[in-house]
Write a protein that binds this ligand. Structure first.
Ligand SMILES: [Zn+2]
Length: 360
């Protein structure tokens, strides 16, 4: 190597040494911090399983579980995740990571960011413009250091991640400024550990009158992850509400229920469905008249088909229906067309919700 080349390298070496010194000095400072962690329940959760829209279990972990997981952290990770520490800029191992994949919580494994939203912010910390799922990243107002900032924390274990600022790129305009030590990177294609995978879900379809009400009620059933209003059972592709209202598309106002089979069975959903509407009303439900308001169960497979038919037959023999014929049709599910946005979560947005009675 020529002398000129070595001369050129000297400033780079000095910068590298400087950054290393900053990393070490900062590390020492952070050790002396004694900020407490976000409070967490001590006992088992009594709120049931909490799901994120993307299908992950985000039930808050207990203090005991967090303490167990924390045993596997390095002192630096412990300082950042549990004591709201900050790693020095330019030091993080994931700052320049450009590989495709998922960034999960270092403590509990919940996916927090995708490589598709990572960008070079020039700040020295890994930066993202959108979380993997907004329900996975908590935003907490933070007045520490004498300035108002918004802290970010993992929704499942409440570990500190970094901060979010409103000077990010499009489309969100947000900059999630993260500590590398708070994240675990999983390259695309690699098998994710169980704690970083979505739960295994199942789907069921029900039609029982106005879909606003059926959707709203299923949303409240424990074990249901999501309920979506739509159109099903007809012969017109891509129908819109106006067409279905006219009653000649063959479609029923239906609801797609995504559920966690480990928490609620298909049979239990069938039972709820019969509590949510009057299955003896043919092609109507209360004041709503027309085939679009018929009572129907659209089965996703032969197992559901058999179970639903058996359920309806058994219900017919109960005292509730002994003198009234059940009109519910059970048939294989065809294409489900999601309804327009203004029909989704209608009761949640506009009120008028019919709360599920615990007495059933
Ligand atoms: Zn976590």
């Amino acid at each position: 190597m020529k002398v000129a080349d070595i001369t050129f390298l000297i400033p780079l070496v000095l910068v590298a040494v400087g950054v290393l010194a900053l990393c070490m000095a900062s590390d020492g400072q952070r050790r002396s911090e004694t900020r407490s962690t976000t409070s967490q329940p001590d006992g088992p959760s009594d709120i049931g399983v909490v799901y994120s829209p993307s299908g992950y279990d985000i039930t808050p972990l207990t203090r005991t579980r967090i303490d167990t997981l924390a045993e596997g952290l390095t002192p630096e990770e412990r300082d950042i995740l549990l004591r709201k520490g900050t790693e020095p800029p330019q030091c993080g191992r994931l700052l320049n990571n450009k590989a495709e994949g998922t960034y999960a919580c270092r403590l509990c494994g919940l996916p927090l960011f995708s490589s598709q939203t990572k960008f070079e912010s020039g700040t020295g910390w890994p930066s993202f413009f959108r979380p993997f799922d907004p329900a996975h990243v908590l935003e907490i107002r933070d007045a520490e250091l004498g300035m108002a900032r918004t802290e970010t924390a993992c929704a499942r274990c409440r570990s500190h991640l970094g901060h979010v600022f409103s000077d990010g790129p499009r489309p969100t305009g947000l900059r999630y400024c993260m500590n590398s030590a708070a994240l675990e990177f999983h390259a695309a294609g690699a098998e994710l550990p169980p704690e970083s995978r979505p739960i295994e879900t199942a789907t069921a379809y029900f039609a029982g009158g106005c879909f606003w009400g059926i959707e709203d009620r299923f949303q409240q059933v424990p074990g249901v992850i999501d309920a979506v209003s739509g159109y099903q059972g007809g012969h017109v592709a891509n129908p819109v509400y106006k067409q279905v209202c006219q009653g000649d598309t063959g479609h029923a106002e239906a609801v797609r229920v995504t559920f966690d089979p480990s928490q609620v069975t298909y049979l239990r959903l069938l039972e709820w469905f019969f509590k949510f509407h009057d299955p003896t009303q043919r092609n109507r439900q209360g004041p709503d008249l027309g085939t679009q308001y018929r009572s129907a169960i659209f089965a996703t497979d032969s197992k559901q088909l058999t179970e639903a038919k058996k359920f309806v037959m058994a219900q017919q023999d109960t005292t509730r229906f002994r003198d009234r014929e059940i009109a519910t049709v059970v048939e294989p599910a065809g294409i489900f067309y999601e309804a327009e946005d203004n029909h989704q979560d209608y009761h949640a947005k506009h009120g008028g919700s019919c709360a599920i009675s615990s007495g059933e």
